[in-house]
Design a protein around this ligand. Structure first.
Ligand code: ADE
Ligand code: ZN
Length: 335
């Protein structure tokens, strides 16, 4: 375990709304006077869901308590502190302006909380945080374009990328080209969820139709050797989230999960937690399981962190600083 704790880690795929622990969500709900149904939580305080659809519904419900900048700040601060305590030096979080808008919060207000937390966590724990603004696929291309337009018209240096989550079985991915084009043309890195709840064709379509350098999940590309080869040749980075995939039942067990096969096929793989409290995971657990359950060597895990830093949507100066930090990394427990 010591070798793992001293490994520097980096995370490219975590939804901030899905990173909110149940106890924090309950506290925020209380202070905002928002009633949550008891059915959202188990008796021992975990989120209740049982498939992808009910997960999305629980996620929407938990997010609906976030009403003020300090709500976003508190969630982001706790998440960054937890990541730093597990040896993460860099994280990119997805944040969804649509979820904020659904409860009447402006883009600027939701962003202000995230930015405050990034500054505080950098000062206290040395961890670097950045934001990828995401649209929600099942809300449709018009909303997606509006999200991209808002992001581009209200820039902030911590907002470095554009992405899309939600149900990848809805709409054609090409319908979202105007939103991605607007983001890419304005210099934002782009990533899209594909090959999670839909098969390899969804990944093929995404890398063919959209200006993306990364794919969220992408694991189901493993069902098509030719596609795997193309992903490797094109250097598309896969934001793999094994704990999320297993919790959602995409694979019956770890032996059936393609993490090792993706690495062995030469794909550029990163490890990520997706929605940590929903799936009983964390960035530290993902690295630990990659070693103890999936049998990846420490050297492979180091390479995974290097890949994440190479693929991060940061400017070159920040990337250089992060690489240096990774090279000189000495684990300092923060709590
Ligand atoms: N939004 C939050 N988590 C997600 C996931 N695993 N897939 C698609 N959309 C999401
Ligand atoms: Zn995701």
């Amino acid at each position: 375990m010591t070798t793992l704790t001293v490994l520097p880690k980096a995370e490219l795929h975590c939804h901030i709304e899905g990173a909110a622990a149940p106890d924090l969500v309950r506290r925020i709900a209380e202070r905002n006077g928002v009633a949550l149904p008891d059915s959202l939580f188990t008796a021992d305080g975990r989120y209740v869901w049982n498939d992808f659809q009910s997960f999305l519904a629980a996620y929407d419900l938990a997010s609906s308590v976030l009403r003020r900048p300090e709500d976003y700040r508190d969630i982001m601060y706790r998440y960054l502190a937890d990541c730093a305590a597990e040896g993460a030096i860099y994280v990119e979080v997805f944040s969804s302006p649509d979820h904020a808008a659904a409860v009447g919060m402006s883009y600027a207000d939701h962003l202000a909380g995230l930015i405050a937390a990034i500054d505080a966590a950098k000062a206290e724990f040395g961890i670097t945080g950045r934001i990828i603004v995401t649209c929600v696929r099942h809300l449709g291309p018009d909303r997606a374009l509006e999200v991209a337009r808002t992001m581009v018209s209200e820039p902030h240096p911590y907002v470095v990328g554009f992405g899309m989550g939600g149900d990848e079985r809805q709409y054609d991915v090409a319908d979202f080209l105007p939103a991605f084009r607007m983001a890419a043309d304005a210099g934002y890195g782009c990533t899209v969820h594909a090959g999670e709840v839909a098969g390899p064709d969804s990944v093929r379509e995404a890398i063919t139709r959209l200006p993306v350098t990364r794919i969220g999940h992408g694991v189901r590309a493993a069902e098509n050797p030719r596609l795997l080869d193309d992903l490797a040749k094109r250097g598309i980075v896969l934001e793999v989230c094994p704990g999320s995939n297993l919790a959602l039942g995409l694979y019956p067990n770890a032996e059936a999960h393609p993490l090792r096969r993706l690495v062995e096929a030469g794909c550029r793989v990163t490890l990520n937690s997706d929605d940590p409290p929903f799936f009983g995971t964390s960035i530290g657990k993902e690295y630990a399981d990659a070693a103890s359950v999936f049998g990846l060597e420490a050297e492979t895990l180091r390479r995974i962190t290097e890949t994440a830093l190479d693929a991060a949507f940061v400017d070159d100066e920040t990337r250089q600083e992060l690489r240096q930090r990774a090279a000189q990394f000495a684990y300092q427990p923060t709590s």
